[in-house]
Design a protein around this ligand. Sequence first.
Ligand SMILES: [Zn+2]
Length: 261
Amino acid sequence: MRLRTHLQRCATIKQPIRVVARAGQTSLNASSGMKPASKDLQPPKDLPTLSSLEWSKPLQIVRYPDPRLRAVNAKITKFDSSLLELAKEMIQAMYLDDGVGLAAPQVGINARLMVFNPHGKEKPGNESILVNPEIVSISKSTAVETEGCLSFPDRCSNDVSRTLIYADVERPRDIIVKAQDEKGEPVQLQLGGLSDLGAFISRIFQHEYDHLQGILFHDRMKANVLDSVRTSLQALEEEFLVANPGVKIQRIPAMKVKKGF
Ligand SMILES: [Zn+2]
């Protein structure tokens, strides 16, 4: 994931907030105004498990509408050196594309693993690796920000600096999350809050978590926002079908035509 506006603001923050705490070491009280995670944010029932990860270098970012971005992502049960190595490779792939977050299905691995660093490659050492994350609760209040996704290059832009599709997405401001770290230790996170950095991290997490649920950022766009990027999305669909004839893909829904009367 990439966010243009926030990335610049975040780059000026001197002391990043520590948002990851081991369960039991820090009290993470639910903020007021929270509600249980909606159904689309809950992991599917009967989630398959993955005892070994199969992957090879170099990792390649999977582009929309590759079906691996819509596939079920399995729960990880083996916490070994291969998992840590994969997470490190994902971080490098993320930096190579100037991103701040990446989920395993975006490199073609259908497993519940994500990495992020809200400062991006400019400030290495601030990476988080989360395995089998789950959103426990979300705030009732929401925020709208412009997002870009590394799996969505913009083929229709005349602006050479605009290499990704960018569009506004509404998400809950705050979330409470439980997950495991790369060693399998449980972690609990309260993401959001009043600072720009906190809000940014909450958004990155939610974007990457959606990938683990097979949800893509245009699924969450309002109809008029989706219409504004429709041509770029369709260009990616056509490009994919030319390169992968016969592969079944999930296209964006057709534009709703307003009826006159
Ligand atoms: Zn993305």
